[in-house]
Design a protein around this ligand. Structure first.
Ligand code: BLA
Length: 506
């Protein structure tokens, strides 16, 4: 195969959507959607159809498939309806034809569909599988269930749930594998391993197989679409060839075939269902559709469970806020009522400690930096920022003096009260001092050979330990909502107390 070299700086730019090649097991054939004349075709038509590309180019599609099926395609195209896959026998071999339109080109993927290849799943099993997913009580439980279902259904050697963090690094959060394989559960991988353009394609395409990692890619002839005079976008082709970098990556891991499916939450990629097999493995289109369906149900259920987690957290903090309101109403000094009774303001969200600043006076609760350090943080960082709500999970990176106490306070959430006294409430979170295992050393991405810097997937997948220094657990939306609600309550009480005072004076 081609020796494609991508440098570190253009890694994100590799144009995998116009790769101009198919995987070896199927033929990509392109037609003019109006005349149905064949405009492009991959070279492997020679092996798979026993027809040369030269012979096919310029011919009507009816040279390959029955005129009845050609008419069906034409009718759907003319009416703007969804094209549907159909089977056809070409020179004694059966194929499944999977059509779609890309930039005004009719793209037909011809996949082998011979005996044994079309063993569709027993669809009677599907309702049970889906209700099992929906009935799980938590996201981790659902991930564990889904990987074992997929392992059972498709029999890949290793099935993983791979979850992205907010910087697109990922972690294997659930895994089922053959006993003899080492476990990758808990391993972290850097964002660069699945660059943006590859992640974007998953949002469109959903499921992708690499049937044989050692396949010889087959070139699309001609390379440029005669219809658009551009390289053809084949990001939605079932047969799109694979970036040589990713192939090298899989070869380094000893992987022979893969199946990858997108898990999407609110329109964004949340994670991937990643399956590896240690020898070639093809699963047919219908099986892939079943897999897609299962991951879609998983994605829907993820939305429900994420909302449920949010609501439960909101309910819990709301109950505490109500108690704090009662305390504020019954105790004359608001600061006193939030600090010296139970619950305290620090109970409203997950944190290790907090601070209350009012008119030059500072009071601390729980685990916090020293009083002078918090005072300095207020005067030289928070007051200058002058934001009503400010939050960070890496305080040291934003305010260098804070580096000396990031173990205690890598995370800071600060709230300015709406009173005349320039009051602030702070919540702190400690550093995640857990050890992170990277699948390979994330810093050793490039290597230099003969003065040229080449990119290579890591040659070694040994565990690399890296301290997650200076970073706390991130502040979630429900944390922000909880402190915003507290702010409203405090404002309400302040106004009420002022009014009561005025009435009392009169
Ligand atoms: C693609 N990289 C991918 C894909 C996965 C991973 C799942 C999508 C595969 C597919 O489309 O079939 C990464 N796979 C993983 C990881 C695990 C796994 C992390 O199983 C962990 C368990 N790859 C690199 C580097 C580059 C890179 C350094 O390691 C940078 C240039 C590129 N990865 C890369 C590209 C693709 C990719 C370009 C897209 C491949 C394609 O669709 O053609």
């Amino acid at each position: 195969m081609d020796t494609h070299k991508t440098t570190i700086t253009n890694c994100e730019k590799e144009p995998i959507h116009i790769i101009g090649r198919s995987q070896a097991h199927g033929v990509i054939l392109v037609c003019n959607p109006i005349s149905l004349e064949i405009t492009q075709c991959t070279e492997n038509a020679e092996q798979l159809f026993s027809l040369s590309v030269d012979h096919l180019l310029g011919q009507h599609l009816a040279i390959l498939i029955s005129s009845e099926k050609v008419n069906q395609i034409k009718e759907k195209l003319d009416q703007g309806k969804n094209l549907i896959p159909d089977e056809e026998v070409i020179n004694n071999s059966k194929f499944l034809i999977i059509p779609h339109v890309s930039q005004g080109n009719l793209v037909l993927d011809f996949e082998p569909a011979g005996a044994g290849l079309n063993s569709s799943l027993n669809l009677n099993l599907l309702p049970a599988i889906l209700s099992e997913i929906e009935n799980t009580q938590s996201i981790p439980e659902m991930c564990k269930l889904a990987v074992s279902q997929i392992k059972h259904l498709f029999e890949y050697d290793r099935v993983m749930m791979y979850k992205f963090d907010d910087n697109w690094n990922g972690e294997v959060i659930a895994e089922v594998k053959e006993d003899h394989l080492e476990s990758w559960l808990g391993l972290h991988y850097p964002a660069r391993d699945i660059p943006k353009q590859a992640r974007d394609i998953f949002l469109k395409q959903g499921v992708r197989i690499i049937g044989d990692v050692n396949f010889i890619p087959s070139k699309l002839i001609p390379e440029i679409s005669p219809i658009t005079n551009q390289p053809l976008d084949i990001s939605r082709s079932e047969l799109r060839s694979v970036s040589p970098i990713h192939i090298e990556y899989l070869q380094n891991m000893g992987v022979g075939a893969s199946l990858t499916a997108a898990i999407i939450l609110e329109g964004e990629l949340w994670g991937l269902l990643a399956c590896h097999h240690y020898s070639p493995k093809f699963i047919n289109y219908h099986q892939r559709q079943t897999c897609k369906f299962i991951t879609q149900v998983f994605s829907n259920s993820l939305t429900v469970k994420t909302t449920k987690t949010f609501l439960l957290q909101m309910e819990a903090s709301d109950a505490i806020r109500k108690k704090l309101v009662l305390q504020m109403e019954s105790i004359s000094n608001i600061q006193d009522s939030l600090l010296n009774f139970s619950p305290k303001f620090t109970d409203i969200i997950e944190c290790s400690g907090g601070a209350y600043y009012q008119e030059g006076k500072l009071k601390l609760v729980g685990i916090t930096p020293q009083k002078e350090e918090v005072m300095d943080l207020l005067q030289n960082f928070i007051f200058k920022k002058d934001e009503e709500v400010f939050f960070t999970k890496s305080l040291g990176a934003q305010y260098s003096k804070a580096k000396s106490y990031t173990k205690l306070a890598s995370g800071l959430l600060s709230l300015r009260l709406k009173d005349a006294k320039k009051s602030y409430i702070l919540w702190f979170r400690p550093e995640i001092s857990e050890t992170v295992f990277w699948g390979g050393n994330p810093e050793k991405i490039g290597y230099v050979k003969e003065g040229i810097e080449y990119l290579s997937p890591r040659k070694s997948f040994e565990k690399w330990t890296q301290q997650n220094a200076g970073i706390s657990k991130q502040w979630e939306n429900y944390d922000l909502q909880a402190v915003a609600a507290l702010q409203e309550s405090i404002t309400y009480i302040i106004v009420k107390k002022q009014r009561d005072e005025i009435l009392h004076l009169n």
